[in-house]
Unconditional design. Structure first.
Length: 465
C-alpha cells in the first residue's frame, strides 16, 4: 500500500493500522516523492490526498495510472472538493473517501480495491480480462450486521456452494448476488438474473431451460434458455419462493443432474452453473405449508445470507445517501455538495418501506430537481416532508410536532450559504458576517466541512455535506 498525505498524523495512523493487518505500507508526503518510488513490486492500492503541497491530486492520479497501471488509486477528499472527486473517478480512480472518515470505511474501501486486484491477477494468470464492472456497484454500509454480511459474502464467493439470500424487497439482494459472482472464479463468465414473479409458469420454463422450434404457439425458432446462457457462470433466481411446485421439481432435477431438457425436446444439454437464489419469504414456513419442496430447499440452502432492512441499519442511511448523491451527480454531470441538515434529518427519520431501492430513487429524483448545489428538504418527495414536519410518535410531546434544534438551524443556514457561494469559505464568511476563523470553527462543530488537516478518527461517523 502507498499512502500519499502531507499530514503525518493521518498517514502515520493509516500506516500503523494497515501494517497490523499485514500490509506493507509506504508513506510519501509529496506527489514527487511518491512518483520517485520504485518498489520491488507494484503497489496494489494507493491512498492519495487530493490536495498536496507540490501537485494537484488529479495530476498525481494521472502519473500513477500511467506508471503503475495495476494500482487501485483511492482519493482522499475534503469539503468543497466534490468536483475534483468526480473528475478523479472519470480519470480512473477506484473510489474516494472523504475526511473525516472512520477506519471501518477506509478498511472496506481498501478491501474492495484489493479484491479487484486479486480478480485482475487471477484473470491475467488465466489469460482472461477482469470484469469491468466488478466495483461499479459496491455494497455500502458500516452497520455491524452489514459488516458481518461483507465477511460472509467474501468467504462464500470463492466456494462452489449454492447461496440463498433472504431479505425484504429493495434491500439489495441482487447486488449481493452480483458481488458473490464478481468475487468467484466464475467472474469472467456470465451473471444471469431473472425474477421468477415476472413470468408465467410456461414462459418461465421456456426462459430458464430454452425451447425448440414449434414447441408451443409462437416458438418460431430454437432458443437456448438462461441456464445455457449462464453456463460456467452464475444464475440468480429472485423471489424463488413464488415458484410453482411443478417448476420447483424441474429446477431440482437440473441442479442435481447438471443437465436440462429444452421445452419440446428429448435432448439433454449439460450445464455447469452456480445457483444463487433470493426470496423475501420464509422458506421454512413455505416448506411446512407444503408450498415449497423440502429437497429443493436443502439444495439451495447450503449457505444462507440475510440482508437487513434499511430501518435496521439507520447509521448507513447518510452513507448510502452520500453514495447515491455522488453517483447520480456524476451521471447527470452536476455534482452536488451534499444535504442540508433538515433534508438529512428527514432521510434518517423516514421508515423506508421500500428499503435501499426507495432511498436510491429519492436521491435520483433530488439530484434531478434540486435547483442549487445542496439538496434541501423541499427537494425531497412530499411524503418525506410531511413525515419530517409531523414527526414520529417518539418525537411528539402533547401533539407538538418536532422542531429543529438551534444547532440544526445554524448548520442548515451555514450549508445554504456555502452552497450559494460554491463552497468558497472566504465569501461565505463575508455573507455570514463572521471572521473566516469563526466559520472554520463552526464547520468543525457542525460537521459540515472536511478540513484538509483533519486527522482520521476511530469513532467519527461520516456526516454528509
Amino acid at each position: 500500500m502507498l499512502v500519499v498525505d502531507d499530514d503525518p498524523g493521518s498517514s502515520g495512523l493509516l500506516r500503523d493500522i494497515f501494517q497490523q493487518e499485514g500490509y506493507e505500507v509506504t508513506l510519501a508526503a509529496r506527489g514527487e516523492e511518491a512518483l520517485a518510488l520504485r518498489p520491488a513490486r507494484p503497489f496494489d492500492v494507493a491512498l492519495c490526498d487530493v490536495q498536496l503541497p507540490d501537485m494537484d491530486g488529479i495530476e498525481l492520479l494521472r502519473h500513477l495510472r500511467r506508471e503503475m497501471p495495476g494500482t487501485a488509486v483511492i482519493m482522499v477528499t475534503a469539503f468543497g472538493t466534490y468536483e475534483t472527486a468526480i473528475k478523479a473517478l472519470h480519470e480512473g480512480a477506484f473510489d474516494y473517501v472523504r475526511k473525516p472518515f472512520t477506519l471501518q470505511e477506509v478498511r472496506l474501501t481498501v478491501e474492495r480495491a484489493m479484491e479487484r486486484r486479486r480478480l485482475q491477477k487471477s484473470a491475467a494468470a488465466a489469460g482472461a480480462a477482469a470484469p469491468e464492472s466488478a466495483e461499479a456497484r459496491p455494497i455500502i454500509g458500516r452497520n455491524p450486521a452489514m459488516v458481518e454480511l461483507f465477511k460472509l459474502v467474501s468467504r462464500v464467493a470463492a466456494t462452489k456452494s449454492s447461496v440463498l439470500i433472504q431479505g425484504d424487497s429493495g434491500t439489495g439482494k441482487e447486488l449481493i448476488a452480483r458481488t458473490i459472482h464478481q468475487g468467484s472464479p466464475r467472474s469472467a463468465r456470465p451473471f444471469v438474473a431473472v425474477n421468477v414473479t415476472s413470468l408465467s409458469e410456461t414462459l418461465l420454463e421456456s426462459e430458464l431451460f430454452g425451447h425448440v422450434k414449434g414447441a408451443f404457439t409462437g416458438a418460431i425458432e430454437r432458443r437456448p434458455g438462461l441456464f445455457v446462457e449462464a453456463n460456467r457462470g452464475t444464475i440468480f433466481l429472485d423471489e424463488i419462493g413464488d415458484m410453482s411446485l411443478p417448476m420447483q421439481g424441474k429446477l431440482l432435477r437440473v441442479l442435481q443432474e447438471h443437465e436440462l431438457k429444452p421445452v419440446g425436446s428429448n435432448e439433454t444439454i449439460p450445464v455447469d452453473v452456480r445457483m444463487v437464489a433470493a426470496t423475501h419469504q420464509d422458506l421454512d414456513d413455505l416448506v411446512r405449508a407444503g408450498r415449497f419442496r423440502e429437497d429443493l430447499y436443502y439444495r439451495l440452502n447450503v449457505v444462507t445470507l440475510r440482508v437487513p432492512r434499511l430501518t435496521e441499519r439507520p447509521e448507513d442511511i447518510p452513507l448510502l445517501a452520500e453514495h447515491f448523491l455522488r453517483r447520480f451527480g456524476a451521471l447527470s454531470n452536476r455534482p452536488l455538495l451534499g444535504y442540508s441538515a433538515s433534508a438529512m434529518t428527514a432521510l434518517q427519520a423516514y421508515p423506508w418501506p421500500g428499503n435501499v431501492r426507495e432511498l436510491e430513487n429519492v436521491v435520483d429524483r433530488a439530484v434531478a430537481l434540486a435547483p442549487g448545489s445542496i439538496v434541501e428538504l423541499t427537494d425531497l418527495p412530499e411524503k418525506l416532508i410531511v413525515h419530517a414536519r409531523t414527526g414520529t410518535r417518539a418525537d411528539r410531546r402533547e401533539g407538538i410536532p418536532r422542531r429543529p434544534t438551534l444547532d440544526e438551524t445554524i448548520q442548515e443556514y451555514v450549508l445554504q450559504i456555502l452552497g450559494e457561494v460554491g463552497g468558497n469559505k472566504t465569501e461565505a464568511a463575508r455573507v455570514l458576517g463572521v471572521p473566516r476563523r469563526t466559520l472554520y470553527r463552526m464547520l468543525e462543530r457542525y460537521g459540515t466541512a472536511r478540513a484538509k488537516k483533519t486527522k482520521v478518527r476511530r469513532d467519527v461517523p461520516i456526516v454528509p455535506n
